[in-house]
Design a protein around this ligand. Structure first.
Ligand SMILES: Cc1cc2nc3c(=O)[nH]c(=O)nc-3n(C[C@H](O)[C@H](O)[C@H](O)COP(=O)(O)OP(=O)(O)OC[C@H]3O[C@@H](n4cnc5c(N)ncnc54)[C@H](O)[C@@H]3O)c2cc1C
Length: 305
């Protein structure tokens, strides 16, 4: 591999960059600060034959205990900035969604209120088609700049294959920037909406725990009879179920919590047991919402995609 480009570090622990705080280290890690720096790193990784992974806020991410081969990126500085241009917002892919919502409210702009409770970045939200309280990303997203080894390409929502918690973005494609088209509103009213959404979330979900939020997607299977993944897990007796340092939260059955020093393998074991119980009791095959980086052993039959 020879000399590393400036800013690239070896053996960088990733657990602290995730909200569940499990998993090993990245073989190589960098925090590109500009589009040019990101493009150079992607081109270098391509020449070296390295896989590229990207971490946003790590709020939906399981990192393999054995670590991650190749180059892992976390967008920084210009690539996590938020800028206003009239009723439009230009954000780096690494900008935090709650900060984007708060900034829009401050400026009297409406449309992205739903981001206030999604503890991820703009890039992670695009990749995951994140949503809350009926706000739809595709309704306000104007375009994204996607960087791949071949170069940078601008894509509009109709080119992003959005479906429930899914997009057509491939691994190795990095959302570097995004533009949101918002509309003018009373700043006080938008702020009041954010406060209301925060309060509703606080009442409904546990806070201050190490988790990646919803573990499984809500099933569309008729056997689920309209119940959410959390309701099925709860009915299957999974609330509080614990293996090693990980378990389904006592407060929210679809949230897995790291009670201390959990490993990713323990988290996966909890997922497997929850999924097995729901399958056995209701005949519903739950599909994970959480994404993985590195060799995490999620059985292939768990995913219908
Ligand atoms: C307490 C809690 C509450 C949550 N509530 C919600 C909710 O209401 N609605 C909801 O939809 N989700 C929710 N989530 C899940 C999570 O916040 C979202 O999926 C979020 O969009 C993930 O963004 P991230 O930056 O943390 O991505 P990460 O977890 O870092 O990564 C997730 C995936 O996105 C990819 N990715 C990250 N950044 C980029 C980028 N710049 N370019 C390309 N790919 C990228 C990663 O490689 C990975 O595949 C919640 C999570 C927690 C912990």
């Amino acid at each position: 591999m020879g000399d590393l480009p400036p800013g690239v570090q070896r053996d960088y622990p990733l657990s602290r960059l995730t909200t569940i705080r499990t998993g090993g280290a990245a073989e190589l890690f960098a925090r590109p600060a500009t589009l040019t720096e990101l493009e150079r790193l992607m081109a270098w990784a391509d020449v070296q034959g390295l896989q590229v992974g990207v971490v946003g806020s790590g709020s939906n991410l399981l990192v393999a205990d054995a670590g991650v081969r190749g180059l892992v990126l976390k967008l920084d500085k210009e690539l996590s900035a938020i800028e206003l241009d009239g009723t439009r917002m230009h954000c780096g892919g690494g900008a935090r969604l709650p900060a984007v919502s708060a900034r829009a409210a401050q400026a009297g702009l409406s449309g992205i209120e739903f981001g206030v409770n999604i503890p991820g970045t703009v890039g992670g939200a695009v990749r995951m088609n994140a949503n809350a309280y009926g706000g739809e990303l595709a309704r306000v997203l104007e375009w994204v700049d996607v960087v791949a080894p071949a170069g940078t390409e601008r894509r509009t929502p109709d080119q992003l294959g959005f479906a429930y918690r899914r997009s057509s973005l491939q691994s190795g494609e990095v959302v570097a920037r995004a533009a949101f088209a918002l509309h003018e509103a009373s700043s006080d009213e938008v702020k009041a909406t954010l406060a209301d959404m925060r309060a509703r979330r606080k009442a409904a979900q546990p806070s201050g725990i190490k988790t990646f939020g919803s573990t499984f997607k809500n099933p569309s299977d008729p056997c689920a009879e309209g119940r959410t993944a959390g309701q099925l897990l709860e009915a299957a007796g999974c609330r509080g179920l614990r293996i090693g340092g990980a378990g389904f939260s006592a407060k929210h059955a679809n949230f897995i919590e790291n009670y201390g020093e959990a490993t990713t393998a323990e988290v996966v074991a909890v997922m497997a047991e929850g999924r097995r119980r729901v399958q056995e009791r209701f005949g519903v095959a739950l599909e994970p919402e959480v994404q993985s980086l590195g060799p995490v052993e999620l059985p292939a039959e768990w995913s219908r995609t």
